[in-house]
Structure formats: C-alpha cells, structure tokens
Design a protein around this ligand. Sequence first.
Ligand code: SF4
Length: 423
Amino acid sequence: MTGTLRTSRSKADSRVSLISDVKPEPASGAFTSLRRSTRSTTRDSEPASASSSSLGLSAYAYQAPSPRKRAKIEPKEEPLSPVKRGKAKAKVEEDDEPLVKVSKEDTVAAKREKKQGQPLPARTKAHPEPARWYEQYQLIEKMRAGIDAPVDTMGCERPRTMEGLDPKTLRFHILISLMLSSQTKDAVTSQAVINLHEALPGGLSAESLAAATEDTVANAINKVGFWRRKTEYIQAAAKRLLQRSGDDAGDVPQSIEELVELKGVGPKMGFLALQACWDINAGIGVDVHVHRITNRLKWHKPPTKTPEETRVNLESWLPPPLHKPVNPLLVGFGQTICLPVGPRCDICLLGQERICPSRQNVNSAGRKEVSYAFMEGNSGPKVEIGYEETETPTGPSDVGPNGDAPPGEVADASETGVVKDEH
Ligand code: SF4
C-alpha cells in the first residue's frame, strides 16, 4: 500500500518530476563529483566561446575559484529541497508582471468551496466489477429482509412529520432532516425535526424557519451534533431557498449544483435529497456506512479514502437500478451487523459463507443474540432486533463545549474519522 502511494505521488507531484527531470552533468574526463559539476554549470553561463574552450583539465585548473569562493558558490548549485524550490518558484512568480492579485475574500471563498466539497467528476474509465459482488449483495439483502434497522423507520427520507404535508413542505422537511443528520443518530435527528415542526408557528417550512429566532431553532435541535452550526445552516438554507423565483421559492432544488451551494450540504446529502425529494437518481448517496462496508468487501482497488471516491467508483460499475437502494441497504446493515467497531461477523451470512475478505473471528459471548426471520417474498412481519449502540460520535477535537463544529462546514465523518449512526 505504501509502495502504491509513493508511485502515485511520484507521478502526480510536479515537484518530484522536477527532480527526475534534472539531467546529470555530463562528465568530462574523471570529474564526476559535485564540485566538478558545479564548476561546469557555472561555466555554462559564460559565453559559448569561453565554454567551448574548456574541454581540457588544464582549463579547469586555471578557472578554479579559490576554496573560499567555492564554498559560497556550491550551495547555490545544490538541488533545492521541495520547500525551498517552492519558495524560489514563488519568488520568480512574484517578479513576473503583471501580477494578478487574489483578494482575501476570494481566498476565503475558495477555501470554503474546497472544504464544502463539490462532487467529484465521474471516472473516465469504469472501475472493474468486483468478483462475487452480486453474491455478497444478495446475502446482505437477505439479512436486511429479516432485520429492522433504525434507518428503516427513522431515515431522513421519511420524516415522522410527513403526515398531512403538501409535497413542497415535505421536501423541505426531508432536506432539513438530512442537514441535521450528520454526526447524529437517526432517532435524534427524527425527534429534532418533530421539535422544530412543533416549535415554529404554522409548522416547519422555509418561511417559518427563516423568520424564527435563532434561540427558537437552537432549542429545538440542541440534541443533534453540531447544533449551533446547524442552526445557522438550516436558517441560511431557508432564506436562500426563499430567494428562488416563482413557484420554486422555498422549494428544494432539483440539481446537485444548486444543492451543494447551500452551506452544510455536501454531495452525499445532495444526492440523497434528489432521490428522496424528486426521485432523481443523479448519484449514489455514500455515507460512512456505504464507504466503510464497500471497503471491507474490497470493492475498491485501491481502497478509497473518502466517500466521494467511493461514490464515483460505485457509480462506474454498479447497475443504475441499485444506485438508490444501495444506500438504505448498507446503512441498515452497518447499523445492525457490520458495525463500525466490532462488526458481528459471527452472525453475518457473508462471514459464514466465507465471502467477506474482512471477516474476523468474533467471540459472541456477552453480545446481543440476533436471529433473522427470513420470509418468503419479504412479506410478513420482520424480527426487530436491538442493535448495539456504538459510541456517540463526538470528535473530541471537533466539538466545542456548546456543540459547535469548528469554523467552516459541519464536519463530515469522512473527515473526522468519527463513526456514527448517520444516514
Ligand atoms: S463478515 Fe464481518 S466485516 Fe464482513 S460484511 Fe460481515 S460483518 Fe462485515
């Protein structure tokens, strides 16, 4: 793995290619040392007539600077470290005219955009289809058919406030649920949306949320992770959506570009919102569960480092009809069986069939008993199991005393490494 990384860096890193581009000084006679090279380089800057006459050793003896001078010259000829070379390059660019000055505001906006995360472009070449993926997928489907996971009843796409809502308001509830869901368990997110709906005059809508006081909103959602920052983000989103024209005012956008422009909305939320609000399959919603499980199954070669890398890989080979169901399938599987910490390989059918490359020997003693109820045709009642609570995700360095996220976007688990029950 390390070797791959080095190879990759050496190809992509222009600084490294600079090193490889440096041609060794042609050796003249027996002089191949750095000192010899230095002298030769120095002479190259002299007129051609002078350098063309310097082929013999006597010429070197004659032109050799004193040891003291050499001591001053040689460091200039040594290859610069990457850092020094970067500074040197910057100096050259500073001297170039005209200078295009980047305003501080532009820099801040660019950093924010980078942090917020635009969707990665699709792969130009499809990732190879993983061997036995379909068997694995089917077994996960079989397990999920026999288990109710939190995402099945409290997922963001079906807020418990949905009854009686007109389509536009329902879409807004879904978007707010998604925005509150990062770093938060499904049950807590679901309750926060109910609290908001009850606290705002006339119920939760873009209008009521935009008009509400910050305290009202904060009090309603203060159990979710990063609630202070989310208070700011959801109110900003409501105001932004109300600025849309005509019938679109207050409605959820139908494009990923518009969605990720909202502060606090990244590609995962955007794609899930498009699916849940508009039934538009523009991309797979890859959260921490989908990212973790597909890597455990070794569906990515090399392993992916971010959910966005996972998404573009999956989209390149997974049949499009599965792009929508793969998220709830794997989220529920990750909440109940393939847990972030201590996966239940002892009860997992993939482990039993030995088709999971990451299966572990798990001691079942002291852990919850799980029994599936496999129903023919997925009909009839399922067995609801208690799932094991994982640590409530609170990235110690990312969470302030009042539930604040650090400045910028609400931290994504993919960045913090925090695992959670998020959908
Ligand atoms: S065998 Fe273990 S690691 Fe593999 S999918 Fe099942 S629970 Fe996850």
